[in-house]
Design a protein around this ligand. Sequence first.
Ligand code: NAP
Length: 268
Amino acid sequence: MNKIAIIGCGNMGLIYANSFLRYKIVTKENLLLVEKNEDRQNKLSAMNIGKVVTTDDHSISECNIVILAVKPQDFRELAGSLKKVISPACVVLSIMAGTEIFFIQASLNHRLIVRAMPNLPVEISMGMTAFSASDELSHDKIMLVENLLSTTGRTLYLKEENQLNAVTALSGSGPAYFFYFMKHLVDAGVKMGLDEHVSSILAKQTMLGSFHLINNGQKTLDEYIASVSSKGGTTEAALKTFNEHQMGDVIVKAIQNAENRAEELSIK
Ligand SMILES: NC(=O)c1ccc[n+]([C@@H]2O[C@H](COP(=O)([O-])OP(=O)(O)OC[C@H]3O[C@@H](n4cnc5c(N)ncnc54)[C@H](OP(=O)(O)O)[C@@H]3O)[C@@H](O)[C@H]2O)c1
């Protein structure tokens, strides 16, 4: 039976707590919610979804999984007390952005580390999480982590940790790119005289339908683009404007910039 400690029960920590409980990966008696913020501690206690404790609590040593869900800048201070209570067989799963496995290993004096990069739709179990593990993790332990992460959506195991910066740039930051595109679709509708709610329904359902089509259909993206673009028609007029402004290049460049920034922010 799993015993799990979630260190830092803010936005992400709480999402994981609720996801694990929903899929019965852990019972609330075996779920430790480790939180330093007093307001948050009181709120968590009132929720009655696990035992609320602090980082030096010795019951953390009974956990087979410890999740690091604090901000990266809070980790250094936390590591000092945490390393005294983690058992050697425990898997430490970090979702801290940009904090490398080697750094976590050295800070905690602990070998079994998984580093994951989730994205915002984990809130509704539709997330995309890619993860990488230290060499010492057995197949069974990787599967254990996979089972945990998949309570929040799809997962992808990456052998190479250094690909996580590209993951951060693509799927980690990705929701913002789609929100940005949607926002401008809605604005365009309003400019053409549609009510905002009408424009929003049109944009959202178009995004949803297009996603299901590319996910379930047989054609390539280029073939689907061609299916909507008849010669001399309306779609072609819009795509011509995108191409004149090198939209494709702009998108690729923007995501490469996000990857570069992820590299600059890395904690090694
Ligand atoms: N949000 C996202 O979409 C997303 C996506 C991918 C990865 N992440 C990563 O997820 C992590 C958590 O993000 P978040 O948005 O959930 O942050 P958050 O809401 O600020 O939650 C972190 C919580 O941890 C608490 N904390 C700090 N130090 C602690 C300690 N020593 N012991 C126990 N609790 C401690 C904080 O308390 P205080 O408020 O008092 O400091 C806060 O309540 C970050 O590392 C972030 O990079 C987030």
